[in-house]
Ligand binder design. Sequence first.
Ligand code: PMP
Ligand code: GLN
Length: 381
Amino acid sequence: MIRITSKLPQTGTNIFTTMSALATEVGAINLSQGFPDYTCSPELVSLVNKAMKDGHNQYAPMAGVMGLREQISIKLEKLYGAQYHPDTEITITAGGTQGVFTAISAAIQPNDEVIVFEPAYDCYAPAIKLMGGIVKSLELAPPDYRIPWDMVRRLITNKTRMIILNSPHNPTATVLQQSDIDELTAIVKDQDILILSDEVYEHIIFDGQTHHSMARYEELRKRSFIVASFGKLFHTTGWKLGYCVAPALLMQEFRKLHQFLVFSVNTPMQYAVAEYLKDENVYLGLADFFQQKRDYFRSALAQTRFELLPCSGAYFQSVRYSNISDEKDTEIAPRITREFGVASIPTSAFYSRGTDHQVLRFCFAKQQETLDKAVNKLMKI
Ligand code: PMP
Ligand code: GLN
């Protein structure tokens, strides 16, 4: 008799896979899983092509192609005034997901406590549990999903090992404010607490707000793993390319795991991205690009019966539907997909207890035509 004892007995197929599969099955417009439905830059594709033709087709160095690490170092210095050494403090990963998993695995020992704010992106808690860590979740609520720092203080014990942050935030589209940074700094100062900062949406931030990267603040920087993703930066989620930066002491441990998880990451794409990153307009233009989409989508959605929640960053718009129905979000999301032809994500999927605030998340990283079609359908509800 062959047996396998599950390491994640409560875990099923994730909500993105489930809702995208349903959208495909019923031919609905897919505003559920977060990915663009338009092409990435042809220039970037040519650069990958060139790298392949130039013969960059064998293993990259374990930590990543040096030219790319150097560009990342320059970018971090320019944007956040932070110095990260390409040799020892920057590692190229197979997307943000691998960066998150590796950082958590490198840092968390059995019984370590990790503070996670919910709703939370789905890959944090499983990694913590696999390492024997304990998830201390703190639930945030709509409409503003602000972090109650007095409650964070109460959650801290001598076992607290890490706090996970994500700004701009998936799914709520909130961004950390200076006051959050001040509170966080006061909490971790003089404590042996690490931070995992998921900053994959760092350049998708609206209304002229500042991205408060952990890299900007020495007290936070020195204890942070910061995770980024080129999937978000270049509209190439399928390339699964990202990076993690951390002070050398932390990065040394990160790399011990990284070398056995993937060893190294796709070589030609690293060469291409190293070249492409030299033009800062590519990522500095992202905020305007997505703000136009946000504004367009919000004004169109305003004609429906959904109630719009604020959207300050990332490419997700959340809505409340209490005017429409008192169904659970896990019921109404598939029903709208089947009956009205638009797929969304039920936000309760991002709460470990399945807390349902009757909120759905739509991804607006889509062509205008797709958004138009989707809103036309949503108006019928
Ligand atoms: N963190 C957040 C908040 C995300 O939304 C995503 C993916 N959309 C990731 C991490 C993972 O990034 P990647 O696709 O590069 O693995
Ligand atoms: N991050 C994307 C989202 O939030 C999807 C990632 C995934 O499918 N795992 O929709």
